[in-house]
Design a protein. Structure first.
Length: 223
């Protein structure tokens, strides 16, 4: 079974990641090295390498949480332009797959997860894999983790109607935040970059993903 999954992992990289304008060769190498199946329940391991948002928990308090589809995730990482010496904030790490990949690209990763059970599972799996440059913290996703900032890069692992100022404020000068900004019907990956006191934004690529907890559009009712 493990050799079959290893082949599926290689096929994921070769058929989904490399053809998607991924020019940073470290990204496919990292995605080929980390076992995606380790971050999902055993009943879903056969789905681990499909090009889908992979559910990690559909029944508990984090119902609807996913690991982003491989193609989307790789393209977000490309937009973030992560360097080997960077300090990175991973927002909404779920069971920790994204943090494991980021840990292979950056110097240090702080992974924030609002669901305590998912945060505990992420810590367990990351420790098992020896990802000792990643720290998982249980906390409010929209608040980030300012005590460990500022960050060179911040990556949101799901869609957001808008990016909170609290997260943008944790970027160091020159830092980048990447997110899928969505109105619930369509979405687009966006890069925010801080230069001094100014934050600019630029479009990346069309993308959709489930909203992170606390990041969905506010419903307004008209009477």
């Amino acid at each position: 079974m493990s050799s079959d999954l290893s082949l599926q992992r290689l096929n994921m990289v070769e058929s989904q990641v490399r053809p998607s304008d991924i020019t940073d060769r470290r990204i496919p190498r990292a995605m080929n090295a980390v076992p995606r199946e380790a971050f999902v329940p055993a009943t879903r391991r056969s789905l681990a390498y499909l090009d889908i948002d992979l559910p990690v928990d559909m029944t508990g308090p984090a119902g609807g949480r996913v690991i982003l589809a491989p193609r989307t995730f790789a393209k977000l990482l490309q937009l973030a332009r992560i360097e080997p010496g960077d300090i990175v904030l991973d927002v909404g790490c779920a069971t920790g797959y994204s943090a494991a990949i980021l840990g292979r690209l950056a110097q240090t990763v702080v992974a924030v997860e609002s669901d305590a059970a998912l945060a505990q599972e992420a810590t367990r799996v990351l420790q098992t894999l020896g990802a000792d440059n990643v720290a998982v913290v249980n906390g409010d996703l929209a608040a980030g983790y300012p005590s460990e900032g500022p960050f060179d890069a911040i990556v949101l692992q799901g869609a957001a109607a808008s990016v909170p100022d609290a997260l943008l404020g944790q970027l160091r000068d020159g830092g980048r935040l990447v997110a899928i900004v969505s109105d619930g019907r369509s979405g687009r990956a966006v890069v925010y970059q801080r230069t001094g006191d100014t934050v600019s934004e630029s479009d990346g690529f069309d993308a959709t993903a489930p909203f992170l907890p606390g990041f969905a559009p506010v419903q307004r009712f008209v009477f």
